[in-house]
Design a protein around this ligand. Structure first.
Ligand SMILES: NC(=O)c1ccc[n+]([C@@H]2O[C@H](COP(=O)([O-])OP(=O)(O)OC[C@H]3O[C@@H](n4cnc5c(N)ncnc54)[C@H](OP(=O)(O)O)[C@@H]3O)[C@@H](O)[C@H]2O)c1
Length: 322
């Protein structure tokens, strides 16, 4: 089969197309013929070596396709099922071995591209909104990188929950998209001071919640933009890891900081299916749109990662594989 392989850590040029053997599913595994794979920022951290991974490996942690074969003891899916998944490593390939308990049945009215666009970022938005402090109607919520993959989903879901949403983005084009997704205010954080703007928009009080997947360039300022007794949800570091923080410094404003990694929030099959079902309901009801901006081929995987790390994407990027 054709697969992208990484033999050494580095920039996107380390993504190499190769011919490798099709694996055989073992106990509790299914072989999925990949139709589309999702590209995620975590693929870049892993490629760079920020997330240690034994070399060589096939990147990609999200995909959609058809079950080609199943291993011993698999009861969740059968051969021929349309499925989607997150956190099954190796999706930049024609086939991927995935733990069967991770596989989500893909609704008949959803394309494989959509199937590759929702599991990782959608279930992330879901746990960020449901597993920590809950956002209430009229809460003022700041979402960084509001036109990004997770960001655009958060904006729509927060509006569905009745929040007032302030998004930060780097360009006018992204501002337009985030507004169309429902953001009430947009701050161009590359040219405007987002702390000043957030304070101005909240009568000097600061916002109730901040969702921060950007990290280094935003987190320290979040501590100023958050209101007393507010909550910062730090879930990523697209600009690099955030600065060190002395935990006791949070006391003065009674700030809560929550943090997480999707893998800890899809621990059971019930949890995975519940999160997926809520996402499908949002899509069906029309308040949640899965925006796919770029579709690349498997051969263009390096280019796909370059546009993501170059801040050139809006919403989701997928590889169309077969
Ligand atoms: N913890 C979890 O469970 C979990 C799960 C999924 C994703 N994540 C994290 O969530 C974040 C967003 O992931 P995503 O896949 O949806 O990516 P994304 O938001 O589509 O892309 C990253 C965005 O970050 C912004 N950004 C700010 N400074 C940047 C810089 N120096 N370099 C690159 N981008 C920069 C850019 O938006 P602007 O141009 O508007 O600034 C860029 O488009 C990532 O940090 C990812 O690791 C965490």
């Amino acid at each position: 089969m054709k697969a992208i392989r990484i033999n050494q850590h580095g920039d996107a040029s380390v993504l190499q197309l190769a011919d490798i053997a099709i694996p055989t599913p073992g106990s509790g595994e299914a072989l999925v013929r990949i139709k589309a794979a999702g590209i995620n920022f975590a693929d870049i951290y892993q490629r760079e070596g920020r997330r240690p991974t034994p070399l060589p490996y096939t990147p990609g942690r999200e995909g959609a396709g058809i079950v080609e074969a199943i291993g011993e003891g698999v009861t969740e899916v059968k051969v021929g099922d349309r499925v989607a998944y997150a956190e099954g490593i190796g999706s930049y390939a024609e086939f991927n071995l995935v733990k069967s308990k991770l596989l989500i049945p893909l609704p008949a009215d959803m394309s494989f591209e959509q199937g590759a666009a929702f599991p990782l970022q959608g279930m992330t938005a879901h746990y960020l909104l449901h597993d920590f402090f809950r956002v209430k109607p009229n809460d003022k919520v700041l979402v960084h990188a509001a036109a990004g993959g997770v960001g655009l989903l958060l904006v729509q879901w927060l509006k569905h929950l009745g929040a007032r949403v302030i998004g930060t983005v780097s360009t006018e084009e992204k501002a337009k998209i985030a507004r169309e997704a429902g953001a009430d205010h947009i701050i161009l954080y590359t040219s405007q001071d987002f702390v000043e703007e957030a304070k101005r928009l909240t009568d000097g009080k600061g916002v109730d919640f901040i969702f921060d997947g950007v990290g280094k360039t935003t987190f320290t300022k979040d501590l100023e933009a958050i209101k007393t007794r507010g909550c910062i949800i730090l879930f990523g570091s697209s600009s690099g890891p955030s600065e060190l923080l002395a935990p006791n410094s949070l006391q003065a404003k009674s700030i809560s900081i929550c943090s997480g990694s999707l893998v800890n929030h899809i621990a059971s099959r019930e949890e995975i299916l519940q999160r997926a079902s809520d996402i499908f309901a949002g899509v069906r009801e029309g308040w949640l749109k899965l925006r796919i901006d770029h579709v690349f081929t498997l051969e263009q995987a390096a280019e796909a990662q370059r546009v993501l790390e170059g801040r050139k994407t809006i919403g989701k990027i997928v590889l169309k594989i077969s």
